[in-house]
Design a protein around this ligand. Structure first.
Ligand code: SAH
Length: 200
């Protein structure tokens, strides 16, 4: 999976590649589709949601530039796979999921797999997690129509926010938002297709 789907498509960051090699994706998908866990596709995880395609997870991780001391917030825990990848690199990952059943399943999975550095909660990620802000990295794994202001507010100086922006059920733009001297800059990275961002 890592060689053909990720390295051959241009991801080079060593920490990202090591994390992708280490985290067992088959333990993040429903048992009945375990055979497909290392295929180059998103997979259903129930409740109309998906675990992202491995390449996209690797790409978003690389672009966010994780290093051990960075504070990370993920919006859209889903299966917990993206959080686990980042948690292999950084000391602490905060992650929020809006579907209570998925939030519970992911927390149980983190415990079982020993990811004690992932702090997960159920809630609406639109508001971010002010108690733990500012964040050096914020990764949003559901498509927003507009970038939530609380998230840019909670981005640290020189922080990086990676977020798919666009209408649901169409192709969206993956945006990189950075904060330099308090000013927000946005660049478009590529096109993606994510499930829609919900509100409580
Ligand atoms: N990162 C996940 C991808 C899951 S799909 C993984 O690696 O498996 C996106 C997830 O975002 C879904 O589980 C969906 O329920 C969740 N989501 C959508 N809107 C949200 C919101 N406002 N706050 C938190 N989670 C949200």
């Amino acid at each position: 999976m890592v060689k053909v789907q990720i390295i051959d498509r241009g991801v080079t960051d060593r920490a990202t590649l090591n994390a992708m090699r280490k985290v067992p994706r088959h333990l993040f998908v429903p048992e009945n589709i375990i055979d497909e866990a290392y295929n180059d596709i998103p997979l259903p995880i129930g409740y109309g949601q998906t675990i992202s395609q491995p390449f996209i997870v690797a790409y978003m991780t690389e672009v966010s530039r994780p290093t051990s001391k960075k504070r990370v917030l993920e919006i859209g825990t889903g299966s917990g796979y993206q959080a686990a990848i980042i948690a292999e690199i950084v000391d602490t990952v905060y992650t929020i999921e809006i579907i209570p059943e998925l939030a519970k399943e992911a927390s149980e999975r983190f415990n079982k797999l020993g990811y004690h550095n992932i702090i997960a909660k159920y809630g609406d990620g639109y508001e971010g997690w002010p108690e733990h802000a500012p964040f050096d990295i914020i990764i949003v794994t559901a498509a927003v129509k507009n970038i939530p202001k609380p998230l840019t507010d909670q981005l640290a100086e020189n922080g990086r926010l990676v977020v798919p922006v666009g209408e649901p059920s169409t192709i969206q733009e993956l945006m990189l938002v950075t904060k330099k001297k308090g000013r927000i800059e946005k660049i478009s990275l590529t096109f993606v297709r994510f499930v829609p961002f919900k509100r409580l």
